[in-house]
Design a protein around this ligand. Structure first.
Ligand SMILES: [Zn+2]
Length: 361
C-alpha cells in the first residue's frame, strides 16, 4: 500500500538500520508498525516529538528527547501535515510548561513592582502630604507626637523654662510658635518635632562652652521645623502605617500608630542634604539675630567629641559628616565676617539652662 512518496522510515537504537514503517495517528500519540509484517514497533507521545529537519523531500522527527528514535516521513505523506500541526500544538503545551518554569521570575518581577509601588506611594504621600498639611494641622500632629513621647522623657521643667526664656531673646521662626523642652538625660541629643517642639537633652547642653553654641543648636533645630524637614520625616515614617490603615480601614488608629512609633520618632534622622540645609539656615538665623555664627563651629566640636563616644541617635545621626559640616561652617564664617556681641541677657539665661536638674540639688 505504501508507495515511495508515502514512505516513513523509522530508526532507533533497537531498529537499526532504518525500517520502513506504517504510522497510526492518535489523539496524544503515534503508533508505529513494521510496514512488512505489521508488527508493533512502538508508541510515542506527540508531546515529546520535535521537528528536527524539514525540506521539500521529507520531515525528520525526533520521537524522544535525546534524539535516539528518529522518524523520517516523506513530504507527500498524507498524515504529515496533521502530525506537524499536532506536534506544533504539543509544542504549545511545551511552551506552557516553559511559562510555568518562568513563573518564579514573573512572581519576583511582580513582587519587585509592588515593593517599588509601595515605596513610590509612600514618597508620593509624603510629598502630597507636605502640601496638604496646613501649619495648624502640622501643629496638631506635632502636639500628638510630643505628648505620646513625653511619658518616656524625664522632663526638666526648670531648665525647660530657662531655655524658653533664652529662646525668647531670639527670632527663630516666623511661621511656628516654638516650644522648648529640656530632657534630664546625659545623652548628647536634640531633636525637632513638626509644628514647633524642640527637645534638647541635658547631655548636649552641659557640653557647650558658650551661648552661641546653644543658638547654633536652636537655629539648626528650628530650621528642621521651618523647612518642614521634621514633617517630611514623620510623614515618611507614618505613611506606611497610614497607607495600611487606608487599605484596611480604621483611620482612627493613626493616633495609635503615632504612639506606637513615638520611640522611633525621637531618633528621626534626616538625609545629609537636609542636615546641611539646617546648618546653613541655622547660621542665617544666627546672623539675623546678630549672634556670631562661630557658635556653629563650636557646636560641631562638641558633636565631634561626642562622636568618639557612644552611638548617637537623632540630631547626631550623621556623625561621620560632622567634620565636613564643621568645614562648611568655617567657610560660612569666612564669607560672613561679623563682629557681633552676644547680649548679656542671653549669657545669663544660658547659665540658667545649664543649671543641674532639681534632683541633683
Ligand atoms: Zn539636624
Amino acid at each position: 500500500m505504501l508507495d515511495k512518496q508515502h514512505e516513513v522510515w523509522f530508526q532507533s537504537s533497537l531498529v537499526n538500520p532504518a525500517k520502513l514503517v506504517r504510522v497510526l495517528l492518535f489523539d496524544q500519540a503515534i503508533q508505529l508498525y513494521d510496514a512488512n509484517d505489521e508488527s508493533f514497533l512502538g508508541a510515542y507521545e506527540l508531546e515529546a516529538i520535535r521537528l528536527q529537519e524539514k525540506n521539500d523531500q521529507y520531515a525528520k522527527l525526533s520521537l524522544l528527547p535525546g534524539n535516539t528514535d528518529i522518524l523520517t516521513i516523506s513530504d507527500a505523506h498524507l498524515l504529515l501535515p496533521e502530525i506537524l500541526e499536532r506536534i506544533n500544538g504539543s509544542r504549545n503545551v511545551g511552551k506552557k510548561i516553559r511559562r510555568n518554569w518562568k513563573w518564579p521570575v514573573v512572581f519576583i518581577g511582580i513582587a519587585a513592582f509592588l515593593v517599588a509601588a509601595y515605596f513610590g506611594l509612600i514618597s508620593l504621600l509624603t510629598s502630597v502630604g507636605l502640601h496638604l498639611v496646613s501649619i495648624e494641622k502640622e501643629k496638631e500632629l506635632g502636639d500628638m507626637i510630643f505628648h505620646s513621647m513625653a511619658d518616656g522623657l524625664k522632663i526638666d521643667t526648670i531648665s525647660s523654662r530657662s531655655l524658653k526664656r533664652f529662646a525668647g531673646h531670639l527670632q527663630l521662626s516666623t511661621d511656628y510658635p516654638l516650644e522648648f523642652t529640656v530632657v534630664d538625660d546625659t545623652t548628647i541629643n536634640a531633636f525637632a518635632i513638626p509644628g514647633g517642639h524642640i527637645v534638647v537633652y541635658k547631655g548636649i547642653l552641659n557640653e557647650m562652652k558658650d551661648p552661641e553654641e546653644l543658638v547654633a543648636l536652636l537655629g539648626h533645630e528650628a530650621s528642621h521645623i521651618n523647612e518642614r524637614h521634621s514633617l517630611r520625616s514623620i510623614l515618611r515614617q507614618l505613611s506606611g502605617s497610614v497607607l495600611l490603615t487606608m487599605v484596611f480601614g480604621d483611620l482612627g488608629s493613626i493616633g495609635a500608630s503615632i504612639a506606637g512609633q513615638a520611640d522611633h520618632l525621637r531618633t528621626l534622622s534626616y538625609s545629609r542634604s537636609l542636615e546641611e540645609e539646617a546648618d546653613q539656615k541655622g547660621m542665617e538665623i544666627m546672623m539675623s539675630n546678630k549672634i556670631n555664627p562661630q557658635g556653629m563651629v563650636g557646636l560641631m566640636d562638641r558633636l565631634q567629641k561626642a562622636d568618639s563616644g557612644t552611638a548617637l541617635p537623632g540630631f547626631l545621626s550623621t556623625h561621620p559628616l560632622t567634620s565636613e559640616r564643621k568645614k562648611t561652617a568655617i567657610q560660612f564664617i569666612k564669607e560672613h565676617p561679623v563682629d557681633f556681641e552676644t547680649p548679656t541677657a542671653l549669657l545669663t539665661e544660658w547659665k540658667q539652662v545649664q543649671q543641674p536638674s532639681p534632683n541633683e540639688w
